[in-house]
Design a protein around this ligand. Structure first.
Ligand code: ARG
Length: 232
């Protein structure tokens, strides 16, 4: 008989779309890394659980959470009223706006959504950027040739290849793309977004634990170290 039998440790399945540096991306060794990943490691540890990262395209994250394939979304996800109808968000841990990203050698200089009219503009499917452009188009009756990608990395590649004129993406991520690729930011559209972690609506136990752990974590040196590690 196994006298060393003990209860197995709980495991938190964390869903993320790793195309969004510095929050989640794939490093040179092929590992999923980033601020959200390091943060979730520490939060899981504080809660007393192991964690497992599950890579899912951004527009599949909420369905995966609802279908019980994951327990937490940690993916630079903006807290919105619409999403809060179907998932529960923790307190915010980050704020962001939207950036218009163009090629460094571009001969356009779009400053607003209106300046994107009739241009080819890439976004990631299911994001607040996609929603903002769709709303602009339907409320003004103007045309933007929006292309929705499964991943922001693919959108940037199409921008570099000349298949897009601009990409609209969260400002902190745009700053990283500027460091990594031959692109620049032509302007920021102020949207005042806040990122939160999301759990199933009925999982109040995990929500409360995460909020408590977040409170501690956001005031800790560990958090400052993670920010230095990914933002320099
Ligand atoms: N903040 C935006 C949103 O909630 C974009 C998030 C995209 N995240 C990602 N990991 N690709 O819609």
């Amino acid at each position: 008989v196994n006298i060393f039998h003990r209860e197995s440790k709980c495991k938190i399945r964390v869903g993320t779309s790793p195309d969004f540096p510095p929050f989640e991306y794939i490093d040179d060794k092929g590992n999923i890394v980033g601020i959200d990943i390091d943060m979730m490691k520490i939060l899981s540890n504080k809660i007393g659980c192991d964690m497992e990262i599950v890579s899912i395209d951004f527009n599949g994250l909420i369905p995966a959470l609802i279908n019980n394939q994951i327990d937490v979304i940690a993916s630079g996800m903006t807290i919105t009223e619409e999403r809060a109808k179907v998932v529960a968000f923790t307190k915010p841990y980050w704020s962001a706006d939207q950036a218009i990203v163009i090629r460094k050698d571009a001969n356009i200089n779009p400053q607003s959504l209106n300046d994107l009219v009739n241009l080819r503009v890439g976004v990631q499917s299911g994001t607040t950027a996609e929603q903002m452009i769709s709303e602009f188009v339907s409320s003004t009756g103007k045309n933007i040739n929006m292309v929705s990608y499964q991943s922001y990395v693919l959108a940037i590649q199409d921008l570099l290849a000349g298949r897009l004129d601009a990409v609209v993406v969260d400002s902190p991520v745009a700053n990283m793309f500027v460091k990594q690729y031959n692109v620049k930011i032509s302007n920021i559209i102020t949207t005042n977004e806040s990122y939160g972690l999301a759990v199933r609506k009925d999982n109040t136990e995990l929500l409360n634990k995460l909020n408590k752990a977040l409170d501690e974590f956001l005031n800790s040196d560990e958090w400052q170290q993670i920010l230095r590690k990914y933002l320099g």
